[in-house]
Design a protein around this ligand. Structure first.
Ligand code: AMP
Length: 500
């Protein structure tokens, strides 16, 4: 086994006879994983994939999808997962940018993709794990000599889910992925006895790397569910020990009548990330289940950076402490100097988890890194005297109104505390006088008599005048992307003429 190779690290711990992945009545042991990834790796090589080549994959979630990921890494190639929601127009950009040696897509997309692919071979895989690639893998030998790689070689390229601007391909090395998984296994206490309910998408780092890598590296088992469905998650709890989710999972589970003390009894750990978990959700969950959610913070480019402790205070509204092998600092937005605890600034991180830069994009890579190797996350955060970090927003969400900075999170916090409010998003909209005008978009429950005037009246004594919204708009739900992030760019776009 090579310490440098992600594949060896992931499959090194599992007992050959124990279950690695269970999905829709099918069970794959660690020995099966070794054989299946061997077949897929042989298929890839036969199809012309060489070490360092990119394999672009836009398929539905399935065990075969994970075999393909592991086999790509095993063959020394670079896995390039693509969100199933991407349109042909977006795919054209990724194919052109990444120049894959092979494209794997859903059979239904095969025809439309043809012209985009040009000379690049296209194989298929569907949600049941069937398709031309599966058929070809099935007739391959199971034995495969894992292709040697160094820690600096790339295992994956993940395009950032940025809601504005062109996506950039974060280059993730074997070291970055293996070290981050090893750190989390340790920190969160994962062992071969763990069984994870996996209801996250596998085209995103949360489901692909955090969930899958951590469980495999620990030699544990994954209950792979095709998508998030609260009833199915609750039904799996008696056989499980852990759940990794985005905040929406937890709000939707809380709304489900099946969530009871008894249902959660076998579960030792509930983890949340990818988007801010409302402090209220954290408290409601603890009250209902007695098991405080462990919130952590990461991003495509860096993997996980901070986590609340496994043993110790899991603080609502905080993403916890830097991981043991991550250096984290909070710096002044303009000058780049470190700010004292309690002051808001931009979060920067350095560690083995951080990406090697953006694929074929020197300029964006240079912009993202400081000369001393720190990566500029673009997230605004604040650290308290105990070292706990809280995220207060994205740099680009910062509102500048009449020359004054307003951090949306602060205003949202006040609005969210009003009775009848489910959640809110505060954005800056173009305004002739102020440059940007603070604007609140508020999701309210079914029975509420909140009005624009009553919200503004309630905020008046609590926020400085310049932070108070100029307008309050009501909606049923805030728009979110697949990872549960509120799409502020979309809100800004939709309401851009509000003050025109
Ligand atoms: P992605 O690259 O899609 O994983 O998105 C990363 C971004 O998600 C981060 O830069 C943060 O803005 C946000 N994010 C991830 N985890 C959290 C969290 N626990 N709380 C607040 N924001 C988060």
């Amino acid at each position: 086994m090579s310490e440098n190779h992600l594949f060896d690290r992931l499959l090194g711990a599992g007992d050959p006879v124990s279950t690695a992945i269970e999905t829709e009545g099918r069970r794959l042991s660690y020995a099966d994983l070794e054989r299946e990834t061997g077949r897929y790796a042989n298929a890839l090589v036969t199809l012309g994939v060489r070490p360092g080549d990119r394999v672009a994959v836009q398929v539905e979630k399935s065990a075969a999808n994970l075999m393909l990921y592991l086999a790509t890494v095993r063959a020394g190639a670079i896995f390039l997962p693509l969100n199933t929601a991407y349109t042909l127009n977006e795919l054209a950009y990724f194919i052109n940018d990444a120049e894959p040696a092979l494209i794997v897509c859903d059979p239904a997309a095969r025809k439309a993709l043809g012209p985009l692919a040009g000379d690049v071979p296209v194989e298929t895989l569907d949600r049941a794990g069937q398709g031309s690639l599966a058929a070809f893998a099935e007739i391959q030998p199971t034995r495969f000599e894992t292709v040697e790689r160094s820690a600096d070689d790339l295992a994956a390229i993940c395009y950032t889910s940025g809601t504005t601007g062109r996506s950039k391909g974060a280059m993730l090395t074997h070291r970055a992925l293996a070290s981050n998984a090893a750190t989390l296994v340790d920190l969160w206490g994962f062992t071969a006895a763990d069984v994870l309910i996996h209801a996250l998408p596998t085209y995103h780092v949360h489901g692909l790397f955090v969930a899958t890598n951590v469980l495999l590296m620990a030699g544990g088992s994954i209950i792979l569910q095709p998508k998030f469905d609260p009833a199915s998650v609750i039904a799996a709890m008696p056989r499980a020990t852990a759940l990794m989710g985005i905040p929406t999972f937890y709000t939707r589970l809380l709304a489900h009548e099946g969530l009871s003390d008894e249902a959660v009894a076998p579960m030792r750990l509930f983890i949340s990330g990818s988007a801010p978990l409302l402090a209220q959700t954290h408290r409601d969950w603890t009250e209902r289940t007695g098991k405080p959610i462990l919130e952590r913070y990461g991003m495509t480019e860096t993997g996980m950076n901070t986590s609340n402790p496994y043993e110790g205070d899991r603080v609502a509204g905080s993403v916890g402490l830097p991981l043991p092998d991550v250096d984290l600092r909070i710096v002044d937005e303009q000058g780049g100097a470190e700010v004292p605890d309690g002051q808001i600034g931009v979060i920067e991180v350095r560690g083995p988890n951080v990406c090697a830069g953006y694929w074929r994009n020197r300029e964006k890579t240079d912009e993202a890194f400081r000369p001393d190797g720190f990566f500029i996350t673009g997230d605004l955060g604040v650290r308290d005297e105990r070292g706990y970090v809280s995220i207060v927003g994205r740099g680009k969400d910062l509102i500048i109104t009449g020359g004054l900075n307003v951090y949306p999170k602060e205003v949202e916090g006040e609005i969210d505390a009003l009775p009848g409010v489910v959640e809110s998003a505060v954005v800056g909209l173009p305004h002739a006088d102020f440059g940007e005008a603070v604007t609140a978009v508020v999701a309210v429950g079914a029975r509420t008599d909140l009005t624009e005037a009553s919200v503004l009246e309630a905020l008046a004594p609590r926020l400085a005048r310049f932070k108070q919204p100029k307008r309050v708009l009501f909606v049923e739900d805030l728009p979110r992307n697949a990872m549960g992030k509120v799409q502020k760019a979309l809100l800004r776009e939709t309401h851009r003429a509000l003050y025109a």
